[in-house]
Design a protein around this ligand. Structure first.
Ligand code: ATP
Ligand code: MG
Length: 447
């Protein structure tokens, strides 16, 4: 041992821990999303976090933010392979669909969740490791599945009690329509070159469509007057776009058409949409999606239409917090308090039986300060949020009983009952189930 204290190692900038106090919010979000995805027939797929770099540069496109400057790429020190931490989920899912011929028997509805990595400037709502939950519907041609994905999102916001998330919709047509628009757009932007910022100038001949998406206030009037891609759409693209809108209207899903909405990734066509809120400052897009019919062919598969979305989980969790979803659930239903070795052994047996019955049980365990006095154990029981403390001391061991103490009664009426050891499970379950109807916030008995 040296005198010098070891230097503290901390997490990488922009990569956050999710602490226990927040974990319940994540659980609520993920469980709700998962059950809604299932209710629309989506199946989960899990792909690796690391893929070959060329998977992303091919799929996402060389002149996008992500590939130009945001990817965590490295060489495998064992064999020199060029690898990248996934910056998004679609490329990996599409690779897996082709690799395992998943659409062999017909179209597939898939969903995924997990970490994504982008080397961005960390700020509110923008991190270097962040989480997405996404869905990909592969093999469906029509506007119906586009509308279905949008309605799935709407249901999630409703189930989570999230208000103030609005839908913006656009169609970016097909490659030919975009090419015709691009000629006019570049000409227009060149006429206003004095207004373009450095980023826009850089994009003028590589990805001019993305300039329309600028957040620079000085460029807003100029981009508002730019030729609209929507005006360049042919009959088929327009019919598709109208098909989506017809279903949304019929189902009372409000939306606005944002003619400047594009996606930062090359593979999109036709329908694009974003769910946006004003409650999170500058990073207000909580979910973005669209059709990407050309992608699978670009990967060497036979032409297969597809559409999907990705949600930014951190942003949605923050929105849940803003809308008052804070109450952490209790850690357990029952806290086991015990004094002496015989009592400890009996507590272990009882705790297992309570868990068999579906209860969450925390058994007091020793710390550096020892086994803990009765008083200090009762304090821990209170702090745990348990509905009951079960107390086993020398008397209880001698009588083959346990003392069951309700921790959540009105002041003064906190009852303590002596229950024969064999009857404790039934007693506690009865009480908790009986309580459940009018006190379900405090008890998470889950049978
Ligand atoms: P932006 O224009 O904000 O950079 P993007 O076009 O790069 O967004 P997508 O690639 O479409 O975003 O990702 C879908 C969603 O994932 C976003 O709408 C957002 O909610 C979330 N997201 C993207 N990047 C980050 C990040 N660095 N940190 C947290 N969430 C993110
Ligand atoms: Mg981005």
């Amino acid at each position: 041992m040296t005198d010098k204290k070891a230097e503290k190692i901390v997490a990488i900038k922009g990569m956050n821990d999710i602490l226990p106090a927040d974990a319940h919010l994540w659980e609520i979000f993920e469980n709700t999303a998962q059950s809604i995805l299932q209710s629309y027939g989506f199946q989960q797929i899990r792909t690796p976090i690391v893929e070959e770099t060329r998977l992303f540069s091919r799929a996402i496109g060389a002149v996008t933010d992500i590939v130009e400057k945001e990817m965590y790429s490295f060489e495998d020190s064992m064999n020199g392979d060029k690898l990248t931490l996934r910056p998004e989920g679609t490329a990996g899912v599409v690779r897996a669909v082709l690799e395992h011929n998943l659409t062999y028997e017909g179209p597939k509805r898939l969903w995924y969740k997990g970490q994504m990595f982008r080397h961005e400037k960390p700020q509110r709502g923008r991190y270097r490791q962040f989480h997405q939950i996404g869905a990909e519907a592969v093999g469906f041609t029509g506007p119906d599945v586009d509308a279905e994905l949008i309605m799935l999102c709407r249901r999630l916001w409703d189930d989570l009690g999230l208000q103030n998330i609005r839908l913006e919709l656009n169609s970016i047509g097909d490659a030919e329509e975009r090419a015709r628009h691009r000629v006019d757009l570049i000409a227009y932007l060149e006429k206003h070159e004095d207004i373009l910022d450095a980023e826009a100038k850089r994009r003028l001949h590589t990805n001019p469509l993305r300039i329309l998406d600028t957040k620079n206030p000085a460029m807003q009037d100029m981009v508002n007057g730019a030729p609209k891609l929507l005006d360049y759409l042919g009959a088929e693209s327009l019919a598709h776009f109208e098909g989506v809108q017809k279903i949304l209207k019929h189902n009372n899903i409000p939306y606005t058409i944002n003619t400047r909405l594009v996606r930062g990734i090359d593979y999109y066509n036709r329908t694009v949409f974003e769910w946006v809120t004003d409650q999170l400052g500058a990073q207000g897009t909580v979910c973005a999606g669209g059709r990407y019919d050309p992608l699978i062919e670009m990967f060497g598969g036979k032409p297969t239409p597809a559409v999907g979305f990705a949600m930014g989980v951190e942003r949605l969790i923050e929105l849940m917090r803003e809308s008052g979803e804070t109450a952490a659930p209790n850690q357990c239903d029952v806290y086991m308090v015990h004094q002496g070795e015989a009592a400890q052994l009996q507590s272990f047996v009882l705790a297992e039986r309570l868990r068999d019955a579906g209860l969450d049980v925390m058994l007091h365990c020793a710390t550096a300060s020892g086994a803990g006095s009765f008083k200090s154990q009762m304090k821990k029981a209170d702090a745990s949020g348990a509905a009951f403390a079960i107390i086993i001391g020398e008397d209880e061991v001698a009588n083959n009983t346990a003392s069951v103490k309700a921790l959540r009664g009105e002041e003064g009426e906190a009852q303590q009952t002596s229950v024969p050891f064999d009857g404790v499970v039934d007693h506690v379950v009865d009480q908790i189930v009986g309580d459940h109807d009018h006190d379900h916030d405090h008890v998470h008995y889950h049978h």
